[in-house]
Each structure stands twice: as C-alpha cells, then as structure tokens.
Design a protein around this ligand. Structure first.
Ligand code: NAD
Length: 448
C-alpha cells in the first residue's frame, strides 16, 4: 500500500565486518534507522560501545555518533532486527573455500535463509556480498522456501565497490549503484535508500541478477589484471634495462589506460582480489568459459610470483643467504591505510624469510595486532625506529606514507647495513642513495 511505502525505510545489515559495519554507519548517516547484526558477540559488543574492531579511517567517529543519536544499533538477534526493518542487506563474508578455488557460500546461504525465515512483514533482501554468478538465483529459491507465505519477500543483488581505507567515503559517494533483478517495487525501495547519491548524479545501473553479480567480480578481475600486467612488464624492464615506474607514468597519461593500479611491486593481496579472481576462475570453469579461466590463472600466477621475486631479491642483496640476518620488514597490512592482513603479500614474505632462518622484525603503523594474531611466531616492533635498529637489511613491503616519507639519513644511523629492498617501488630512490643506502627494487636495473 502507498501509505506504507511512504513511511521511512528501516534497515537491517547482516554481517558487520569491513563491508557491513561501514554500510550500516553510512546508512545511519543518510538518516535511516539501522540495526547491524552479527553472529560474533564480541564484534557486536565492541560496535555497541562505538569501537570498530578494525582500522578504517573515519568509521569509529561515524559509528559513535549514530549510536549516540540512536539511529544505529547493533545486536546478535537477527530475528528481532529483521522484524524491526524493511530492507535487509546481506553483508556476510564469502571467503575462498578451504579446499578449492571456489567461494565458500555457506555464510550467505545461512544468513539469507535466516532473514527470509524471520520476516514478519514484506521485506526486501539485498545481497551486497561478492558472489559467483548464479548465486542470487539459487538464493531466491532459498528465500521462497523459507519466507512465511503471508509476506512478500524479494531478493535483489546490489554489489559493493568500497575500498578498505576509503570505505566511508566510497559508501557515501559511490561511483555507481548497481541493482540486479529488481521488480518495480524493489527498485523503488532501493532508489529511496540511495536517494542522496542518485540525486547527486551517481549513475544507477538496473540490470538482471547475473549481470549485477558479474559486474563486481569483473571489476576486481580487471584491477587484478592491471596489476599483474604491470608486474609482467616490470620483469621485462629488468631484462631490458628499462624503468617500469617511468613507463607506467608514460602509458598512464593515455586516458584509455590510466595511471592507477599500475604500480609494479609485490602485487595484490587482501580479503577481496585474490579470492575473487579464484572464485571467478572456478565459476568460469564450471560454465565452460575457458578464456576467463586462462586469463585469471595467469593473473594469479604472476601475482604470486612477485612474492618469490622479492624473496629472491632479498637473498641476492644479502649475498645468497638470509640465515641469521636481521631483517626489518616495514609493512604487514595488504595495503596502506588498513589493518587488514588477509592474504597479505608483506606477511607472506616476512614469514618465508623467517622460515629460511632470518631474524625478522615487522613494523606496521596499524596492522601489528592483526598480524600478530595471524603470524604469532614473527616478532613485531612498536615503531619504525625499533624495527630498523641494527638491521642488516630493510624491506619496504606496504607503501604506508610513514615509510615513503621516512628520512633515510635518520634511519641510516640506526641500521647495521644501509641496504634496502623497495618491494613497492615507493621510495624516492635518489634521496635514499644520497643518504648512503644500497637500493634494490623491482622493474628497473637500479641496485638490482
Ligand atoms: P568480514 O569477514 O570482515 O565480515 C563478515 C561478517 O559477517 C563477520 O563479522 C561475520 O561474523 C559475519 N557473519 C557471517 N555469517 C553471519 C550470519 N549468518 N549472521 C550474521 N553475521 C554473520 O568480511 P568483509 O570484508 O566485510 O566482506 C563481506 C563481503 O563483502 C564479502 O563478500 C566481500 O567479498 C565483500 N566486499 C568486501 C569489501 C572489502 O573491502 N572488505 C569490498 C566490497 C565487497
């Protein structure tokens, strides 16, 4: 009925990790009443206190503000949250399956079924998690099985493109809004949810379910391909005495190419790109789309090879062995401005060197605690100075500003040897050289 549709929409967000916590806070900021739900009681308890269990600039203040205004609350009681809301965002994890390249869909399946079964009135279920194409159609069957017969339940897909480290900004000001499989009823509701963005001219792409699912996966696959492309070219630059950083600038001026995501180095990691390209590979294989399989295999392989190349570079810089060498690893997060260490190339390299007998000390401006939980056998420093003190070699593996802008003269006074491996091509080479450092990098002949 029209009068019901005109009432302000109330929102539940299922799963309050990186995606869900940010989405819930952003929806509250836009004026909606929002309930965030997670099955992890410690996460919910922290969020209720206005504490964010991970590092995301701007998010803690947004959450505290809206917990205080009462627009945002958190609970482990999914049923109560669903019954008190009209639009339900599914934001649970879709990690890589423990024993294959496929995505592990049990969390989305369980959450969707629970939401559908809890509906007390008409509800719009909006999938936001990244899923293999075909998942939403299967979830629709789950919804029609589980939802009470008396309510109208509809499931649509609305993939999320936020970047960790920029999550709040990206959620409040998305580049585009993609909605898959929406009936006019569902689209009208989602237009109300995204009214602020749409009113400011953000494009809305309303399409079928499989296209919406694939838009997200293809966007990540393209970004991953760009990184592996430049890393493949970096290998060629090394052989040909060319400089990949200059090359990337030069090709990046072409607007068809663009400079972003063309930084050669240790490659991508994190909770999204690696598992998303593997899930795409797996799903494309199931569907018989073999070109996509082959392309993603190469992208993954080139990316993983970069980790070995940084290990090899370190070995060469140290004259063949890291045994008993004191190695300072700067960076643990998979990229700067986050404490996310899921599939972190930096930690992978640190752990591999540790296994070869190096004495590794890791420092990261934000990810020390999360890294310590994942790799408890590595040692961690509290600050940059203590990490590099007496080091035989310094490895820069995550391009935090603190490392880019570090003073090589000051650091040079602390180390045993002025030997640096720049795994991210992020240091000003000449400044470091002038301060007496031997510089080793990827994609150019300098030092390497
Ligand atoms: P995450 O692991 O940080 O969070 C997932 C949360 O869901 C966890 O807190 C978990 O406890 C909760 N959960 C799982 N099952 C539940 C259930 N049945 N009921 C309630 N809560 C449940 O993961 P994330 O990084 O936020 O990613 C979530 C999804 O969003 C993934 O599909 C991911 O690919 C996608 N995504 C992530 C990002 C990102 O930058 N992190 C960006 C875009 C899309």
């Amino acid at each position: 009925p029209a009068e019901e549709d005109a009432a302000p929409l109330r929102i539940s967000v299922i799963g309050t990790g990186y995606l869900g916590a940010t989405h819930a806070a952003a929806m509250a900021e836009l004026g909606f009443d929002v309930i965030g739900v997670d099955m992890d009681p410690s996460k919910i308890a922290a969020l209720e206190r206005g504490e964010v269990p991970f590092f995301e600039p701007g998010l803690p203040s947004l959450i505290s503000r809206h917990v205080a205004t009462g627009k945002l609350s958190f609970t482990t009681d999914l049923k109560a949250a669903v019954q008190a809301s009209d639009v339900h965002f599914i934001c649970v994890g879709t990690p890589q399956h423990p024993s294959s390249h496929a995505a592990d869909l049990r969390f989305v399946d369980t959450a969707t079924r629970a939401v559908a079964a809890s509906l007390g009135h008409d509800g719009l279920i909006v999938g936001k998690s990244t899923v293999p194409v075909g998942t939403a159609a299967r979830l629709r069957e789950i919804v029609s099985e589980a939802a009470p017969a008396a309510v109208h339940a509809e499931l649509v897909w609305n993939p999320e493109f936020l970047r960790e480290g920029m999550a709040v900004e990206d959620t409040l000001h998305p580049d585009r809004v993609v909605i898959g499989g929406a009936s006019p009823w569902a689209e009208e509701r989602l237009r109300r949810v995204y009214d602020a963005a749409l009113a400011s001219g953000v494009p809305l792409i309303s399409c079928d379910l499989p296209t919406a699912e694939l838009v997200k996966v293809s966007a990540n696959a393209f970004l991953a391909t760009k990184i592996s492309f430049i890393n493949a070219i970096a290998g060629l630059c090394e052989k040909a005495d060319a400089d990949v950083a200059v090359l990337a600038d030069a090709i990046g001026y072409d607007p068809r190419i663009g400079r972003r995501f063309l930084n050669a180095g240790l490659g991508f990691g994190g909770g999204c790109l690696p598992k998303d390209i593997r899930a795409l590979m797996h799903r494309a294989g199931e569907l018989g789309a073999y070109s996509a399989v082959k392309l993603m295999q190469q992208v993954d392989e080139i990316n993983m090879d970069q980790r070995q190349r940084v290990i090899d570079l370190t070995l060469r810089a140290l004259g063949g062995s890291v045994l008993n060498a004191r190695v300072a690893v700067l960076g643990a997060a998979f990229k700067p401005d986050t404490d996310d260490v899921r599939d972190s190339p930096a930690l992978n390299v640190a752990a591999a060197l540790h296994l070869r007998g190096a004495m590794v000390t890791v420092f990261d401006p934000a990810a020390g605690p999360t890294a310590g939980r994942l790799y408890p056998t590595l040692s961690y420093a509290d600050d940059l100075e203590s990490a590099v003190r007496s080091a035989d070699i310094v490895l820069v593996l995550t391009e935090w500003d603190e490392f880019r802008n570090a003073d090589p003269t000051r650091l040079g006074a602390l180390v045993e040897r002025r030997l640096v491996v720049d795994g991210r091509n992020c240091l000003p080479v000449e400044t470091w050289r002038d301060a007496g450092w031997e510089y080793w990098g990827l994609g150019h002949t300098s030092g390497a």
